[in-house]
Design a binder for this molecule. Structure first.
Ligand code: 1CP
Length: 349
């Protein structure tokens, strides 16, 4: 049975919702809430050197993490880092090219996969854990701190393809041609992701999110093997050491497979992409887990009456169950700040 609790100060609203409670108003944060739509981010970014240097500079990364909390008063902060620090820490060359996104030395075959370095993995990521500590110490106790990792499949698509792609063809091809070799890569990513998430928890993260942004192109058998099973292994690996940690899963684009993911992985919440119908979310998901989402990031760019109507529809359909208000995918750089303010006022109003 859901209990209705008015927002109060003893526990962050995000944590209440993740334990199945209903909050009025629902907690709100936005995927990619620290980033290029904020002038204060662009300023720090310009001074930081490369994007990876920003991720590995605890003072600056903590500052950037806190920027959207200071400006908008969101209910949660998300660690400023990237899913691709994992391949970087495994010794694969990663860089971020302005206006192009991430570029990696692609893993062409099993030999290349085997050459990844496991030694020194956590030491390489020590600045990230330092960022978590700094953020937690600068954050109001009412604001939850979210740590994260990319899901093995999504991280592997960049490692194998060398960059983002609309169809993840390189990784899908690798997985079809050499399933055992690909399994080795996924197993490695599961193992290091568990370590990485546990270290974030030790440093002060209170919630974890697993981003499987490219899960949507997998046929059902491949979905089960490369998305569902690794997520389940990460959840149980983390829970073996931290049994009570709330975890949010984001299997973007998997449509009718969302309920299977919610049930079998053991996550506390699923982050719903923009394409999922609200009735489906309510009837197929929200009875079992908390739900997060699912406003279209492009509607937040457009603003106006259409934005308000859609916010109201989401609140009307999902607001009486455990809901975390968010976008269906990351905020885009051209988003006007006044639309973010309008969104928060509407959700809280
Ligand atoms: O120059 C810049 O400032 C680079 C822009 C940028 C930013 C702000 C990148 C490059 N990453 C980030 C931060 C980031 N990435 C966060 C920080 C916390 C926050 O949300 O505020 C998080 C959680 C991510 C996660 C991430 N990175 C994902 C999963 C979520 C999603 O959006 O799907 C993915 C797929 C990436 C890869 C990546 N990193 C950066 C870009 C432009 C991309 C996507 C490239 C592509 O579309 O293939």
């Amino acid at each position: 049975m859901d209990t209705v609790i008015q927002s109060s100060t003893e526990k962050p609203a995000l944590l209440k919702v993740l334990s199945g409670e209903v909050c009025h108003p629902p907690p709100i944060w936005l995927m990619r809430q620290a980033g290029r739509y904020l002038p204060e981010y662009l300023e720090v970014r310009a001074d930081a050197g490369s994007f990876l240097e920003l991720c590995y500079n605890p003072e600056l990364a903590a500052q950037v993490t806190l920027q959207p909390i200071i400006r908008f008063g969101f209910d949660a902060a998300i660690l400023f880092s990237d899913i691709l620090v994992i391949p970087d820490a495994l010794g694969q060359k990663v860089s971020f090219v302005q206006n192009e996104g991430p570029v990696l030395d692609p893993l062409k075959d099993f030999e290349a996969v085997k050459s990844l370095r496991r030694e020194g993995f956590l030491e390489h990521l020590a600045p990230v854990f330092e960022t978590v500590k700094l953020v937690r110490s600068g954050l109001d106790p009412n604001v939850a701190l979210i740590g994260f990792c990319g899901a093995p499949w999504t991280v592997a698509t960049y490692m194998v393809g060398g960059r983002g792609s609309p169809d993840q063809a390189a990784a899908r091809g690798f997985a079809y041609q050499d399933p055992d070799g690909f399994q080795y890569l996924i197993d490695l990513l599961v193992e290091v992701s568990v370590e990485y998430l546990l270290a974030q928890l030790n440093a002060g993260a209170q919630v974890l999110q697993i981003f499987d942004s490219w899960a949507g192109n997998l046929p059902e058998g491949e979905f089960a093997r490369w998305c569902l099973k690794p997520a389940k292994q990460i959840v149980s690996g983390v829970r073996a050491k931290a049994p009570d940690v709330p975890i949010i899963g984001f299997p973007r684009g998997v449509g009718p497979l969302y309920p299977v993911y919610a049930k079998e992985t053991g996550v506390n919440a699923v982050s719903c992409d923009t394409s999922l119908p609200l009735k489906f979310i309510k009837n197929q998901l929200q009875h079992h887990v908390a739900v997060q989402g699912n406003l279209d990031p492009l509607l937040l760019v457009s603003g106006g009456a259409a934005l308000e109507t859609r916010i109201d529809e989401i609140l009307h359909e999902l607001g009486d169950g455990p809901l975390i208000f968010n976008l269906g995918h990351g905020i885009v750089p051209q988003t006007p700040i006044k639309h973010v303010e309008q969104l928060i006022a509407r959700v809280r109003g």
